[in-house]
Design a protein around this ligand. Structure first.
Ligand code: XUL
Ligand code: CO
Length: 448
């Protein structure tokens, strides 16, 4: 669907109109070549399939600082001295960009939206003021909240963690923030609530009681779940795994670690995972691997869409443009039945050297077109059927006879021994990896 461009008191992205779909032949850098929101793919529009969200933090709060230098982009909306007035301007800039990109969703941390106050009560009041403003803008634009979260990692009080902090007073502050962020998310109709454990891990193993910290994290998440449900939150709680950075070791290391943790604390019915591509690669996995582990556990919730740099070992949060990755991700998502509450949130930032206003748009256009192409190619692979046929054929020995009896737990180890003795040397069956890879390339190159 088409949204009207939001108009606040100031136009921040001057000279840029709403980004439209112009098709593959277009040479306009400020147009979509593949993302056509209304195009129907297997019964759903692209907008419904992809559920794009723009993130507040990289796009509106940060101007390109790195450990070696300050911001290279001086955002007009961050100028001024009153922090609440600045937050209001930032929100206007945000809704202008959301609607110029015509995305259906956005995501925020509490501190992205509203400034921290001198006390818990003042922070709550600031957030409430901005939530009221967001409510009006959401209604006017039909851009909605994909997820909210609390930033419990930036303030120095969280240097030793939030819910896993060895000091209970800090745990309580994290609780205050999560409570207010949950209130904000519910008030804004957020479809998910995210926990990214920014400093929930350790820097030094031998000054940390890891057993106690992990129990505290389980306890904290249970309290947050109970509070969220008590105020009417019907969406999904999400955990976003990341193996390290800023801590040396983060407890939510990867999808399988988080899935085990959620089951241990009996949270598996309320929580799913938010998989970020660059976090997957930091954990030594592919993006698709992490998604598949979640899908297998019925816990694939949402995606933070970005990419890393294979030569660098840190979270570069680049915009996703690798079509092969996007196709494989969308293949897992589609085979899992598509997004329900989740979507594709661009947790991605412009390079520090990209300093033109149009770069905000060019970057998002690239990400959106890449996932649109990925969606088309994944759909093509599914419609074609050869890939899934090939995979199911590899397991057909379990579809009947003794293999099926094994799967249903009807055989003993002695039965396996007797079967082996009876069948002799198994037939050699090709894994056909090269065929799989060719099918993927063919699908990618055939869609438009
Ligand atoms: C950090 C990261 C966060 C989460 C939300 O690497 O990905 O921005 O997405 O806290
Ligand atoms: Co993220």
């Amino acid at each position: 669907m088409k949204r009207d461009v939001f108009k606040g008191d100031t136009e921040y992205f001057k000279g840029i109109g709403q980004i439209a779909y112009e098709g593959h032949e277009s040479d306009n850098p400020l147009a979509f070549k593949a993302y056509d929101p209304d195009r129907v793919v297997s019964g759903k529009t692209m907008e419904e399939h992809l559920r794009f969200a723009v993130c507040y933090w990289h796009t509106f709060c940060s101007g390109g600082h790195d450990p070696f230098g300050p911001e290279t982009r001086q955002h007009a909306w961050l100028k001024g001295s009153d922090p609440v007035a600045i937050a209001m301007n930032k929100m206007d800039a945000a809704f202008e960009l959301f609607t110029k990109l015509n995305v259906p969703f956005y995501c925020f941390h509490d501190r992205d939206l509203a400034p921290q106050g001198a006390t818990v009560a003042e922070s709550e009041k600031n957030l409430q003021t901005l939530v009221e403003a967001a409510k009006v803008r959401q209604k006017e634009t039909n851009v909605n909240l994909l997820w909210g979260t609390a930033n419990a990692f930036t303030d120095p009080r969280y240097m030793n963690g939030a819910s896993t902090n060895p000091n209970f007073d800090v745990v309580a502050h994290a609780g205050a923030q999560v409570k207010a962020a949950l209130d904000a998310t519910v008030e804004l109709g957020g479809q998910n609530y995210v926990f990214w454990g920014g400093r929930e891990g350790y820097i030094c193993l031998f000054n940390s009681n890891t057993k106690r910290e992990l129990e505290h994290m389980g306890q904290f998440l249970t309290m947050a779940r109970d509070y969220g449900r008590s105020i009417g939150f019907e969406g999904t709680f999400l955990i976003e795994p990341k193996p390290m950075e800023p801590t040396k070791h983060q407890y939510d290391f990867d999808a399988q670690t988080v899935i085990g943790f959620l089951r241990e604390h009996n949270l598996q019915d309320d929580f799913k995972l938010n998989i970020e591509a660059n976090h997957a690669t930091l954990a030594g996995h592919t993006f698709a691997h992490e998604l598949q582990m979640c899908a297998d556990a019925s816990m694939l919730g949402s995606i933070d869409a970005n990419r890393g740099d294979y030569q660098n070992g840190w979270d570069t949060d680049q915009f996703p443009v690798d079509l092969y990755d996007c196709m494989q991700a969308m293949l897992v998502v589609l085979e899992d039945g598509g997004f329900k509450n989740g979507g594709l949130n661009f947790d991605a930032k412009l390079r520090r050297e990209s300093t033109d206003i149009e770069d905000f748009f060019i970057s998002h256009i690239g990400g959106m077109d890449s996932f649109a192409r990925g969606l088309l190619a994944a759909d093509k692979l599914i419609q074609d059927g050869r890939l899934s046929g090939l995979t199911s054929a590899r397991y057909e020995s379990f579809d009947g006879g003794k293999g099926q009896a094994f799967e249903s737990g009807e055989l003993s180890l002695s039965d396996l021994r007797d079967h082996a003795a009876h069948v002799g040397e198994p037939a050699q069956i090709s894994g056909k990896q090269e065929l799989v890879e060719n099918l993927m390339n063919d699908a990618l190159m055939s869609v438009s």
